[in-house]
Ligand binder design. Structure first.
Ligand SMILES: Nc1ncnc2c1ncn2[C@@H]1O[C@H](COP(=O)(O)OP(=O)(O)OP(=O)(O)O)[C@@H](O)[C@H]1O
Length: 470
């Protein structure tokens, strides 16, 4: 085998050129003696242009906290031997600043004579862009979950607002109960984003969406080889939520085995990845929600009483929309504004008769159904005012739409303005999922059902959560 010696300069330069980080060297007089390819990309200066120049070519803004000295003898690296990695900017040849992490080290021979300086630069442009994106997304999430975005003036909603503010100030476990579509996820988000942990992650998990084994691995993570298909170690959602909040939606769907596991997490605040005996401490806040009557489930022996009491340290109940009809006009206004922002149409308001229909309807799907009804009206409305004819048929005719049947393989999809929908069965659901790019919220919207309902159908008919890749 042919080996290269380190003094093979050609080979050495090739090594430097394969590095993702920028690297250059200076001699004892401060003149650039090597300049790798990543430095060319980062600064715009070719090696030919840089060699023989001083490092002030880079116009670094923070060499030892000062501007780069033009006199090499004043360079801090010579005084200190190294400069620790720090964030700074260097100036690109085209005039703009490039954010980098820069480190430098003085190289001396055995007699302590200075041979030169080696400097490395890591380009932070992409990382900063991603950071900014994540911060923007986080800010938007915070805005969405601002208390002001939860609409309601009824007594029931005033109690909910009061409870959100109190819960946000504490770290107690919260159990949010209310019918489907009443805004449980919205409330959970508001508690997190208005509380002490708002800078930490908010991790929602729908416990109804996955089978027991998948949910266990989703929540607790697993180690490589823990089960067939576990090709590598994977962090669970509890670990991801460290320093923040985990929101366990549809908690009433947990199997007895998962109830025991969750109880242990609540008691011990530590978890074990599937297939591993090591315990990992987690610092998280737990919020849970269900549309079921959890107390009744404990009476019927379907939900552990000890877990129920651990969860409902701070209970919040969101009343159904039909018991707080005075909120309907405010919600309608909110949804008209929301659709106006999104669509090219500009709808001003809703007719008296149409509003009367909305006030009469029992809203089995709660606020989500009202939101969908306004979106439906937007599609049909030809003028600036929503009329009764623009509303979904079940609202116009005051017939409740059908909820999910507990068993059986078929259920009717509610008719939409576009015409009668086909019966809902496995095949139709898969087609709809494909049409909506596997976005369950969108599928739910088209079906007139909640996202959770979509998940339940998918689970019932063994449809994978994502399209299977061939
Ligand atoms: N008070 C409210 N003000 C404004 N929007 C609301 C309100 N309540 C619910 N919504 C909207 O209704 C929709 C359903 O809310 P959300 O998903 O929080 O309900 P949920 O109770 O968690 O439903 P599910 O039990 O089916 O998961 C969302 O689009 C949400 O923004």
């Amino acid at each position: 085998m042919k080996t290269h010696k380190m003094w093979d300069i050609h080979f050495f330069n090739q090594i430097l050129d394969t590095m993702a980080d920028g690297l250059f060297t200076l001699d004892s007089h401060g003149q650039i003696t090597s300049w790798n390819r990543a430095m060319e990309d980062l600064t715009g200066y070719t090696a030919k242009e840089a060699l023989g120049k001083g490092c002030n070519l880079l116009q670094c803004n923070r060499c030892f906290g000062k501007d780069c000295p033009s006199d090499m003898k004043k360079c801090g690296v010579l005084k200190h031997g190294t400069s620790e990695s720090k964030e700074c900017h260097v100036r690109h040849r085209d005039g703009y600043d490039v954010p980098v992490i820069k480190s430098a080290r003085a190289v001396r021979d055995e007699n302590d004579t200075l041979l030169g300086i080696v400097e490395t630069l890591t380009n932070l442009t992409e990382l900063n862009r991603m950071k900014k994106k994540a911060q923007d997304a986080e800010r938007r999430l915070g805005e969405i979950h601002a208390l002001g975005n939860i609409i309601g003036k009824s007594r029931g909603m005033q109690d909910v607002f009061y409870a959100i503010t109190a819960a946000a100030d504490s770290r107690a476990t919260v159990l949010i109960q209310g019918e489907s579509g009443t805004g449980k996820e919205l409330v959970a988000g508001a508690i997190h984003y208005n509380g002490q942990l708002s800078q930490g992650p908010f991790i929602p998990v729908n416990c109804a969406a996955l089978s027991e084994t998948l949910l266990e691995s989703e929540l607790f993570g697993h180690i490589k080889g823990a089960f067939t298909g576990a090709h590598r170690d994977r962090k669970g959602r509890f670990e991801e939520a460290h320093g923040g909040t985990i929101f366990l939606d549809e908690i009433g769907e947990l199997s007895p085995y998962m109830q025991v596991k969750l109880l242990r997490v609540l008691q011990e605040r530590e978890i074990q990845r599937v297939g591993e005996s090591r315990k990992i401490k987690i610092n998280i806040r737990i919020l849970a929600a269900t549309h079921k009557d959890l107390y009744r489930l404990t009476r019927e022996g379907q939900f552990r009483e000890d877990l129920y009491y651990r969860l409902k340290v701070f209970p919040i109940h969101i009343p159904p929309l039909k018991s707080r009809r005075e909120d309907i006009p405010l919600l309608v206004r909110k949804f008209i504004d929301k659709n106006n922002d999104r669509e090219s149409k500009k709808i001003k308001d809703i007719s008296r008769n149409a509003m009367a229909k909305l006030m009469e309807y029992p809203w089995p799907g709660n606020v989500r159904e009202l939101e969908n009804a306004i979106e439906h009206a937007f599609v049909l409305c030809p003028s600036q005012q929503i009329q009764t004819r623009d509303l979904p048929i079940e609202v116009r005719e005051k017939k409740e739409c059908l909820e999910i049947p507990p068993s059986g393989s078929e259920s009717p999809m509610p008719a939409t303005a576009m015409g009668a929908q086909p019966k809902l069965n496995r095949e139709n659901l898969i087609t709809l999922l494909h049409e909506c790019g596997w976005n369950k919220a969108e599928v739910g919207r088209r079906m007139g059902k909640s996202r959770t309902s979509v998940w339940k159908y998918m689970k019932k008919w063994h449809i994978p959560l994502q399209p299977e890749t061939k």
